[in-house]
Design a protein around this ligand. Structure first.
Ligand code: NAP
Length: 298
């Protein structure tokens, strides 16, 4: 339980509602900032403006998955309030106060350094990334169905990268009956792809493995689907780029060649906000509990 722990939940989208539900269930004391237009009331949580929160008792600040923008603004879909997480506010918190965010940026990095607070990036954690790969794959399937006129079954799919997302994508498309080849650069990844019963190839030879491909799914956050690679693809190939912005595809060249290439960020929050929220909520609950135990609080 998190009885008595004062937590400020600042901004977010539908995923944050699962976090709030979970923290209330665990008996935390919540200040909700950026939720004034949310019809739903939560017992045990108070909706506040950011300047109304008593940060001197706040042990944890929960930000939405993207954190803040580069000016410190926190987005919310439940309010028109302009919310800025400033150094002044964070300095008012107790020294043990931890900030939780999905990812970070230069503003957040600077904020925690200058205030001496700890930042936890939930999406850097293997467990969160692996759980999150599940709704990501489901969103990818949705996009492939929407943007092709062939079945996934028996289609030729090239997956680039065998990380947490790539492995789940490759396995799921193969299970749907696609003919899956996977490009990687490490020899142990090549071995794993072979062990999975899929066709491995080295990314060095990418351009020679796309001449007959129906769908390319990129998970590598570096320029990998270059103009040279795209020039070898059939005109009907669909490229779905899952890698974080700006993706790893030369979109300009793809458009010029008439090849459909789509950057598809944030799929878990789009196709399964409830599950995506629960993934974050469960890990957060565990981390907050560990933090409380670590401070000897009951
Ligand atoms: P990951 O586990 O770190 O996997 C990344 C893969 O890219 C690894 O196989 C890595 O291979 C490879 N890679 C990285 N740099 C490379 C380079 N320069 N050349 C060749 N290969 C390279 O990451 P992940 O969790 O699978 O996530 C993949 C991407 O998807 C990230 O950008 C993440 O933000 C994004 N993502 C998007 C969504 C969405 O909704 N679109 C959802 C979740 C994640 P090595 O091991 O050889 O480095």
């Amino acid at each position: 339980m998190l009885t008595g722990m004062h937590i400020a939940v600042i901004g977010g989208d539908a995923r944050q509602l699962e976090v709030i539900r979970k923290l209330i269930e665990l008996d935390a004391k919540l200040s909700l900032v950026g939720f004034d237009q949310l019809d739903h009331g939560f017992t045990g949580a108070s909706k506040e403006q950011i300047d109304e929160v008593d940060f001197s008792t706040v042990s944890a600040i929960i930000l939405p998955v993207p954190g803040t923008n580069l000016e410190g603004q926190v987005d919310t879909i439940f309010s028109n309030e302009k919310i800025i997480l400033t150094e002044e506010l964070v300095k008012q918190t107790p020294a043990h106060c931890t900030i939780y965010s999905g990812i970070t940026n230069s503003y957040l990095d600077h904020l925690v350094t200058s205030t001496g607070r700890k930042l936890v990036q939930l999406f850097e954690r293997d467990d969160v990334a692996i759980y999150n790969a599940i709704p990501t794959v489901e969103g990818t399937i949705m996009m492939v169905i929407q943007h092709t006129d062939i079945t996934i079954h028996h289609s030729k799919v090239a997956v680039l990268g065998l990380g947490r997302v790539g492995m789940s994508v490759a396995r799921t498309f193969a299970a749907l009956g696609a003919n899956v080849r996977v490009g990687a650069r490490k020899s142990e990844h090549i071995a794993r792809i072979f062990e999975m019963g899929l066709a491995p190839f080295s990314l060095k030879d990418l351009s020679s493995h796309v001449s007959d491909v129906d769908v390319v799914i990129n998970t590598i956050p570096h320029m990998i689907v270059t103009s040279d690679v795209i020039s070898k693809m059939p005109a009907h190939t669909l490229i779905i780029d899952l890698a974080s912005k700006p993706g790893g595809t030369d979109f300009r060249y793809a458009e010029k060649r008439g090849i459909k290439a789509l950057l598809a960020p944030g799929l878990p929050g789009i196709v399964a906000p409830k599950t995506a929220g629960q993934i974050v909520a469960n890990v957060l609950a565990q981390l907050l509990k560990e933090g409380m135990d670590g401070r000897g609080e009951k």
